[in-house]
Design a protein around this ligand. Structure first.
Ligand code: GLN
Length: 390
């Protein structure tokens, strides 16, 4: 007799627990410093929490409009005009319960059984299972460390007449790299040539340390009508538990995306939507966060440098990656992460967990740096002490 659980979808029964939950679980259980899953330890900006509390006591807590509060949809459009020069209106914007829901809506709305979807490895681990659940086949093109660069020839070779979409995560988690102007032009050219939809997970757009404004693939010639851009208040404001995100697309596209959203979460807590609308209107809030995160990032990078750890290229996100092979540590990333959390009390993310296939590199681990500097220093001390015991 098989168990009823065996009758569930093999997409999920065959899937490991997400590495983020796995490592955070170990960190909780062992009382380790958690540089694994990405989230700041500090509370979100006071202005944001104040706005949420005000909204709780003064605003309706019933279903808001399915596509989001009009005030927040306008606010998101105005935010992108200010930050990225994009000309949008509320008709381009659908509010979702976090960016992961937005990714799900985009995939469900775009992918039909038999379609292929181009993914770049390493990839956020939600993409491939969702593509498979929609009946599609993920086709991975690797971005190899230490530079994590796009390779046009490999991308071209991966495109077939069945390719329907590409999922582009820029800036890229876990690497922390940013697509160059040439990369964006190349991706846009390929999308237009092969009539692909670009699902652009740009949740890290504001978390950049290279003094450059983010440029979206949406802004490339020919891309306005074929791009679904995804953003996240959790990343912009360092409030990952808020789960307020959005989808941006041409109005005809947004109207279809809304139909996927209406049967996933339908709406998103209105109190949080009001607060995010207030936060987006104030450019000083994300600037102050970047200053704080910049300092803790430097503390981690300098500490790793002083302790002779080789790191891979990065300019954005809350993450930096150690190249174990270049550091002279002959251990695969999964073993390294498991031993480090158990023996030294520091949780990290083995990057191979975000990769599929035979060419998976197993020598890179990701560390989250948006933590108080004392925490970073403690983690660095544990890491160096432990390394001496190897
Ligand atoms: N985006 C987060 C990270 O990369 C993880 C999100 C999650 O745990 N689902 O750390």
């Amino acid at each position: 007799m098989t168990s009823p659980a065996d009758r569930l979808s093999p997409v999920y029964t065959g899937l490991p627990l997400t590495v983020f939950e796995h490592m955070s679980g170990l960190a909780r259980q062992l009382g380790a410093i958690n540089l694994g899953q990405g989230f700041p330890d500090d509370p979100p900006p006071q202005a944001l929490s104040d706005a949420a509390i005000r909204a709780f006591s003064t605003r309706s807590q019933q279903y808001p409009p399915m596509a989001g509060l009009p005030e927040l949809r306008d606010g998101v459009a105005a935010f992108y005009q200010r930050e990225q020069g994009l000309a949008l209106t509320r008709d381009n914007v659908i509010i979702t319960s976090g960016a992961t829901e937005a990714v799900a809506c985009a995939i469900l709305a775009v992918v039909s059984p038999g379609d292929e979807v181009l993914l770049f490895a390493p990839a956020y681990d939600a993409y491939a299972p969702m593509v498979r659940r929609a009946g599609g086949t993920p086709v991975f093109v690797p971005l190899q460390p230490p530079l994590w660069q796009y390779d046009e020839a490999r991308i071209r070779a991966a495109i077939t007449p069945r390719t329907r979409a590409m999922i582009v995560n820029d800036p890229l988690n876990p690497a922390g790299t940013v697509a160059s102007a040439d990369d964006l032009a190349m991706l846009a050219r390929l999308a237009c040539e092969h009539d692909l939809v670009a699902i652009c997970d740009e949740v890290w757009e504001m978390v950049r340390f290279d003094e450059q404004g983010h440029r979206s693939l949406l802004a490339e010639p020919g891309m306005e009508a074929r791009t679904i851009k995804i953003g996240s208040a959790g990343k912009i404001f360092g409030a990952t538990g808020w789960k307020v995100g959005w989808l941006i697309g041409a109005p005809e596209m947004a109207a279809v995306l809304a139909k996927a959203h209406q049967f996933l979460t339908f709406t998103t807590p209105p109190m949080l939507q009001w607060a995010v609308a207030e936060g987006l209107a104030d450019p000083a809030i994300p600037r102050a966060l970047i200053e704080r995160w910049s300092a803790s990032r430097l503390a981690l990078l300098n500490g790793l440098f002083e302790a002779d750890f080789a790191v891979t290229a990065s300019a954005a996100t809350w993450f930096a990656c150690i190249d174990l092979a270049a550091t002279g540590i002959a251990m695969d990333d999964a073993t390294f992460a498991d031993r480090l959390v158990r023996e030294a009390g520091v949780a990290t993310i083995p990057v191979s967990a975000l990769w599929e296939g035979a060419d998976t590199p197993t020598h890179v681990v990701r560390l989250c740096h948006c933590k108080p500097i004392a925490t970073i220093e403690d983690a660095l001390a544990r890491l160096t002490r432990w390394r001496r015991t190897l």
